[in-house]
Design a protein around this ligand. Structure first.
Ligand code: SF4
Length: 125
């Protein structure tokens, strides 16, 4: 968060990376980037997130990030998870979202976990 506060693209009035919600295309040292428009106070707490310009990176190993992406793609539209999927989901979402949730059989809770992880992954895609 400290890096963002000092960044020229940080919008103090909204606390966002570029214009809130929409972001903005920018050019830096000949390279084109798309500012995300996210609220940085929230985004910087998500382990899987990263700066769209590359000023700071993900706090998650690339292998976990890839596994989480694979899990989200593999379970798209699924209403029920198998026992191994539940264990995988809890472990991955705890790592990506920096949470400490326990394994549960609660379907809506698992769906919420998956959706939150999916949103977190999309933030940095
Ligand atoms: S995410 Fe990167 S580009 Fe956006 S405000 Fe933070 S440091 Fe700046």
């Amino acid at each position: 968060m400290n890096i963002c506060r000092q960044c020229k693209y940080y919008q103090k009035s909204t606390g966002s990376c570029g214009p809130l919600g929409t972001g903005k295309r920018v050019q830096l040292k000949g390279e084109k980037y798309k500012l995300c428009g996210c609220v940085m106070e929230v985004k910087t707490r998500i382990a899987a997130s990263g700066c769209p310009v590359g000023f700071w990176g993900r706090d998650v190993p690339e292998s976990s990030y890839a596994k989480a992406k694979d899990f989200v793609e593999r379970t798209e539209g699924k209403r029920r998870f198998s026992r191994p999927e539940i264990d995988e989901l809890v472990e991955l979402s705890n790592e990506i979202l920096k949470t400490n949730r326990k394994t549960t059989g609660c379907g809506p809770c698992l769906k919420q976990m998956r959706d939150e992880m999916k949103r977190a992954l999309h933030v940095s895609l």
